[in-house]
Structure formats: structure tokens, C-alpha cells
Ligand binder design. Structure first.
Ligand code: NAD
Length: 337
């Protein structure tokens, strides 16, 4: 049985624990700065160690570490795991900024551990199918949308709406579908980005500064121009992705992975309306793909390794920077070096 540790015992820590249990792997230790959270998750998962002390946590022998802490907390657990040769599953964003991301990558590369970033859309059969359809096609434009209801329901951890901790809505929400746009076009890399946004909801909630309305425009190194529309105060949570080229217009009509996901539009002059299977070709989601990769050593199961995820973070960082500086921000030719 694989032995797994979890640091960050909140919503996602709990979700990872459940999927680890489904795999019949074992959560052996849980760490959280808030000890009761660690204790609660350890009890639920049958872990012997629950602690708020990193030394004690890393004294436990483990094969893999799940990092489900808020985004500013990445480098310290990554460094300690790498020193011990422990494989990593890191929740998105891979880091709060590229400086920290590069520092994590240096540790990961030196240790040679498997490091996955938790971009689940890459494991969705709808995006796998769209990627297949686009493999030999020319695409000129990509458009994505992300909506969540935070500013209506306030059903989220407060830090999600605090830019200093979450990085704001591009890093916190849009990152999933921006990463997915890169994925369906073969992990294309960012060239430049520009975003404008405003917080014009909940004026009384002065503790929150994340923009509720945001528009972004960007360029990828395959020549594709992208736009992204983001709202985090409207009914319904979801993602949309559409691509346009000379011989196609295809939209991934995702219903949150439920039955009914379809790809619709036209392809080479013909109407296109295709249901997609509920499972991807691996038969594994992001959680189980990582566990299987550790078990078998097959790194090809990981669709979002840390290095590739940094290209998505570079796109995010350029867009976030542009909000403060105005105008397009260039990514640079080797953002991860
Ligand atoms: N993949 C997804 O769909 C998805 C969805 C939601 C959140 N996330 C990401 O998962 C991560 C966790 O989000 P969440 O929703 O579980 O947040 P959460 O607020 O529910 O949980 C975070 C936990 O981390 C703990 N924590 C804070 N600082 C810590 C530290 N220094 N060391 C150890 N523990 C610490 C907190 O006490 C809390 O228990 C974030 O990076 C978030 O962006 C991903």
C-alpha cells in the first residue's frame, strides 16, 4: 500500500484523502497549521499522525505528499519532500508566483521526484477528445469562460477572494481553463497577456479585493490569440472553451463531467455534435493517475507535470501584472529558466 501524507487539511485535503482511500492507498500523516483540522482529517482517514509541526510530519515515512495548502505555501513542503525523495501532488496554482515556482522546480528536478499539479480538466474526456480533434488542425482563436458564485453565496474560504493569498481570480479560478486551452492545443506556451478587472460587487465586504468581473486577452506561441471572460459573482459554476480556425469551430459543452458532455460546432464543412464518453482513455482521474504513476514509475500518466504547469503560471502572472501596469505584458522566451 502506498503511504501518503497530506499538508493542508481543508476542503481539498479532504477530497484528496477520499480519492486516496478509494485507491486503497493509505494516508499516514496529516499536517495543518490549524491542529484540529489535521486531527479531524487524520481521524477520518485513519492516519496515525496529526500535527501542526512540520518536523514531526516529515519524520513519518511516506511515498507521496499531497500539498493542499493556500498558494503562498509551496516551497517549504516541496523542499522537505524533495530532500526525502517523496513524490508530490501539488494543488493549483503550482505556486503563487514564478519566482517561487522556479525555486520549487529546481528542488523537484534535483530530486527527480514525480511532481503533478492538480489540473483535473486535463483528465476530462471532453478535453482529451477535443485535443485529438485539433491534433492536425489549424486554430486561430480560443475563447474561454469561467464563472463562480462566490460574491453571491460567499460559500468559499475567505482567502479565495483575497488577492494577496489567492493571487486573484486569474490565479484562483481562470487558471484551470487557461491551462486546459494550452493542453488541447498541445501544451502551447504563452507569449503575452493583458487583463482588466474590477471589484464592483459587495462594497461592504472590504476584506475582499478580488475582482468579480475580469476580461483577459493573450497570445500563445502557436500563433493563437485567446480571450478569457471571468466572473466570480454570478449564478452557476463552470467552464466553457471554444476554438475557431479556418475549417472548424468547436465548443466543449461540458456539464461538469456528467453524462451529456458534448463537443458541438462544425468541422470541415460538416455540422459536429458528438457526445463524449464519461471516462478518459486512461480510466484514471488526476488523483489515481498520480498514485498509479508512483506505483508503476510511469510518468506518462501525469498530464500536468510541475514544469509544464509553470507555463500556465507564467501566463497567469503576465495577466495579473498587466492589471497593475496596463498594456500587454510579455512572458519572455524562457520563463522557467
Ligand atoms: N483543483 C481544484 O478544483 C481546486 C478546488 C479548490 C481549491 N483548490 C486549491 O487547493 C488548495 C487548497 O484549497 P482549499 O479549498 O482546500 O482551501 P481551504 O481553505 O479549505 O484549506 C486550506 C487548509 O490549509 C491550511 N493551511 C494554511 N496554511 C498552512 C500551512 N502553512 N501549512 C499547513 N496547512 C496550512 C488551512 O488551515 C486549511 O485547513 C489551494 O491551492 C486551492 O487553490 C483546487
Amino acid at each position: 500500500m502506498l503511504k501518503i501524507g497530506i499538508t493542508g487539511a481543508g476542503v481539498m485535503g479532504n477530497r484528496h484523502q477520499e480519492r486516496i482511500a478509494d485507491y486503497r492507498a493509505e494516508v499516514v500523516a496529516v499536517h495543518d497549521v490549524h491542529l484540529p483540522a489535521a486531527q479531524e482529517l487524520a481521524t477520518k482517514g485513519g492516519a496515525k499522525v496529526a500535527t501542526d509541526d512540520l518536523e514531526q510530519f516529515f519524520d513519518v515515512e511516506m511515498d507521496g505528499l499531497v500539498i493542499t495548502t493556500p498558494p503562498p505555501v509551496r516551497l517549504e513542503p516541496v523542499r522537505r519532500a524533495c530532500e526525502r525523495g517523496i513524490h508530490l501532488m501539488i494543488e493549483k496554482p503550482p505556486a503563487l508566483n514564478m519566482t517561487e515556482g522556479r525555486a520549487c522546480l529546481a528542488q523537484i528536478e534535483e530530486a527527480g521526484v514525480i511532481a503533478a499539479v492538480s489540473f483535473q480538466l486535463r483528465y476530462g474526456s471532453i478535453y482529451e477528445r477535443l485535443k485529438e480533434l485539433l491534433a492536425d488542425e489549424t486554430v486561430h482563436l480560443v475563447h474561454t469562460v469561467c464563472t463562480v458564485d462566490y460574491y453571491l453565496s460567499f460559500r468559499m474560504s475567505p482567502w479565495f477572494l483575497q488577492r494577496r493569498i489567492s493571487g486573484g481570480p486569474i490565479a484562483e479560478q481562470a487558471i484551470h481553463i487557461l491551462d486546459c486551452a494550452r493542453f488541447v492545443m498541445g501544451n502551447t506556451k504563452p507569449v503575452q497577456a493583458h487583463a482588466i478587472g474590477a471589484k464592483n460587487m459587495a462594497p461592504d465586504r472590504t476584506e475582499f479585493d478580488a475582482e468579480n468581473a475580469l476580461q483577459m486577452m493573450y497570445e500563445l506561441d502557436n500563433g493563437v490569440f485567446g480571450t478569457h471572460m471571468n466572473h466570480c459573482g454570478t449564478k452557476g459554476n463552470g467552464f466553457e472553451l471554444e476554438v475557431i480556425g479556418p475549417h472548424l469551430r468547436l465548443r466543449a459543452d461540458a456539464q461538469g463531467g456528467r453524462n451529456g458532455d458534448r463537443i458541438v460546432g462544425h468541422l470541415h464543412g460538416n455540422e459536429f455534435n458528438e457526445p463524449v464518453p464519461t471516462e478518459n482513455s486512461l480510466g484514471l482521474d488526476k488523483y489515481h493517475a498520480w498514485l498509479r504513476a508512483i506505483e508503476t514509475g510511469d510518468r506518462s500518466l501525469i498530464r500536468s507535470n510541475f514544469e509544464d504547469a509553470l507555463h500556465t503560471l507564467a501566463l497567469v502572472e503576465a495577466a495579473v501584472t498587466s492589471q497593475d501596469t496596463g498594456g500587454f505584458v510579455k512572458v519572455g522566451s524562457s520563463p522557467i529558466e
